[in-house]
Design a protein around this ligand. Structure first.
Ligand SMILES: N[C@@H](CCC(=O)N[C@@H](CS)C(=O)NCC(=O)O)C(=O)O
Length: 111
């Protein structure tokens, strides 16, 4: 089963849990307490040199950071990702907007 390295209070991690739940994809959750510093330890940095969660660990050992990339990977070929090229580009447009214009201002302020 894939492992989601995550923080329960993180909106970026919530997006991944929500999509996986809607798709019926079971995930093992590995929690990284905010102030514990575990995302700065060599074991974690070997998986994601950027030192951030969410990080999706696949059963074959591959690791995928960045919530948008994880959402894209999980939703590939499912009802959550359109098949039409234009609509897929619109989906990406909203995902880039969320990361560049929403997350740093609204989500971080809320946090
Ligand atoms: N663009 C990244 C942002 C990841 C990010 O900022 N993660 C935060 C939690 S939301 C984190 O890991 N903070 C802990 C740390 O930096 O040690 C994504 O969407 O996954």
């Amino acid at each position: 089963m894939p492992v989601l390295h995550q923080m329960q209070m993180s909106g970026n991690c919530y997006k991944v849990r929500l999509a996986a739940h809607q798709l019926g994809i079971p995930l093992t959750l590995k929690e990284y307490p905010l102030l514990a510093g575990d995302t700065r330890k060599p074991e974690f940095l070997a998986k994601n040199p950027n030192g951030c969660v969410p990080l999706l660990g696949l059963e074959d050992g591959r690791c995928l950071p960045e919530s948008g990339a994880i959402l894209w990977h999980l939703s590939e070929g499912t009802k959550l990702q359109p098949s039409d090229a234009w609509t897929r580009a619109q989906m990406l447009s909203w995902m880039f907007f969320e990361q560049y214009s929403h997350e740093p201002y609204i989500a971080v302020a809320r946090f």
